[in-house]
Design a protein around this ligand. Structure first.
Ligand code: SF4
Ligand code: F3S
Length: 112
């Protein structure tokens, strides 16, 4: 089992999650983060830290798509361990529909 980041993170990217992960397994895209499924030790401490509820166990229904996305992009995006400011318009994107289809960026973030 692992935890995964889903599309609720897109353009919200609060980054509270990275500060609590004991194994530093978050990776940064331009407008969302993902978890490396093989590095995650399933501790669960990141799940309640996310203000937009974007982190879930991969055993949740509907998580398969996000597990694949996390697995794919954690291989190519840079590692991130230190929180930076969320985007200025993060609140506007909270809960918006079709974020993956319309807003997902495959570009890497800055990492640290
Ligand atoms: Fe890191 Fe634990 Fe969250 Fe996995 S469940 S990403 S190990 S904080
Ligand atoms: Fe995204 Fe939530 Fe982390 S919005 S960056 S998963 S705290």
């Amino acid at each position: 089992m692992t935890y995964i980041v889903n599309d609720e993170c897109i353009r919200c990217k609060h980054m509270d999650c990275v500060e609590v992960c004991p194994v530093d397994c978050f990776y940064e895209g331009e407008n969302m983060l993902v978890i490396h499924p093989e590095e995650c030790i399933d501790c669960g401490v990141c799940e309640p830290e996310c203000p937009v509820d974007a982190i879930k166990p991969d055993s949740d229904s509907g998580a398969e798509k996000w597990l694949a996305l996390n697995a794919d992009y954690s291989k190519v995006w840079p590692n991130i361990t230190v929180k930076r400011d969320a985007p200025a318009d993060a609140a506007e994107w909270f809960g918006k529909p079709n974020k993956f289809e319309e807003q997902f960026s495959p570009k890497p973030g800055k990492g640290d």
